[in-house]
Write a protein that binds this ligand. Sequence first.
Ligand SMILES: C=CC1=C(C)c2cc3[nH]c(cc4nc(cc5[nH]c(cc1n2)c(C)c5CCC(=O)O)C(CCC(=O)O)=C4C)c(C)c3C=C
Ligand SMILES: [Fe+2]
Length: 428
Amino acid sequence: MTSPDTQGATESAGRVSRRGLFGLGAAGAAVVGAGVVAANTLFDEPPVAHASSTSDPFPFYGEHQAGIVTPAQDRLHFVAFDVTTSEKAELVDLLQEWTAAAARLTQGREAGAFGAVGGAAEAAPDDTGEALGLPASGLTLTIGFGASLFDERFGLAGKRPAALAALPKFPGEQLIPEISGGDICVQACAHDPQVAVHAIRNLARIGFGKVSVRWSQLGFGRTSSTSRAQATPRNLMGFKDGTNNMKLEDADLVREQLWATAQDGSAWMAGGSYLVTRKIRMMVETWDRTSLAEQEQIFGRNKGEGAPLGKKAEFDLLDFAAKGADGQPHIKDDAHVRLAHPSFHGNAHLLRRGYNFVDGSDGLGRLDAGLFFIAYQRDPRKQFVPVQLSLAKSDPLNEYIKHVSSGLFACPPGVRDAGDYWGRPLFE
Ligand SMILES: C=CC1=C(C)c2cc3[nH]c(cc4nc(cc5[nH]c(cc1n2)c(C)c5CCC(=O)O)C(CCC(=O)O)=C4C)c(C)c3C=C
Ligand SMILES: [Fe+2]
């Protein structure tokens, strides 16, 4: 683990981060100005293994992409791109450029070797500059490929994984096509919103002429824990969300239910995972006029502790058979946690990693707010789909929510080292 102090020491020993650049003073700045190449070679230093504070970096290289089991950060900028070039070689070039930029950005460095102020005055800077002086802030960048990328344009049709099958139409959903789907997505998570936005902005800048932004979403206040070391946060309905989530410590579950394998049918996805996004708008004004008892019955947990109804503590086990003095089950048959529970879906788990969103108000005095639901899994056909079918059919929560956007992406395995790039096994 690297404490802020030891990280500072590493910087003075040679690593040039955005923070280091500003700590160098005039003499150091002159060295950086003359030494763009030097800054680039220093970049090969191994990253720290774990982030110990909210400013530290997470490793970029590894078997799996960061941003999946990584303890969920507080902020999100999610973007979906459409690919506009029809040249496969240009797409591969872009993925290589993006990977190099992502490797730098996630370590708290600028997007390009020259940076916001180190290049020629006549050229546009290769970093936009708004993160100068900011640390890595736990930034992770996670890429995914949508089903539409596997059409005829790039000769990938034969490599489309069966698990990337279109999601069925769910009862009640009101999807807006313009904010759904996309050829490529990038999920940026960080503890500082400026760092997440900076990363996506620079990837979009690098992609100019090859991709265009289809839609994007900002999120705040993670609505899940992905590690037992994290406290369970609350969603905008005021309930603890993420209690029974898959956690990185659940090694067997993570291996069985999160990571795709070559035996699943698409060798290039081995070590990857499938991502489902759903923008779910909440009618918060209606919810806020609903009694506490009804709110708790809808979820099947109490609002204060997050405990299962009939139990006391948050992590007490759900008991769907337990009945109260009135002979009725504490947790109703249509409670959200019962409908979504793995035991009713062939032991199907999800790794939920969603965020709250508030996109201002809707012009009628109502908050345009809700949950940007994110879930990773090994096969959405066996995991997200059955759970969501059951929720869409019977969940009383539906009176207060509306699904307005949907995305499904195949997130490839991690980038192994500086010679590798996002999606290489797919394109080779
Ligand atoms: C299809 C998957 C799911 C969608 C969509 C979904 C929407 C949604 N959920 C909440 C709030 C809570 N969900 C909770 C538990 C929970 N939810 C899902 C799946 C979906 N939720 C699962 C698999 C579970 C875990 C069930 C279990 O095993 O116990 C909870 C309880 C706390 C927790 O365990 O996380 C809350 C609260 C909202 C508000 C929402 C849509 C807006
Ligand atoms: Fe849920």
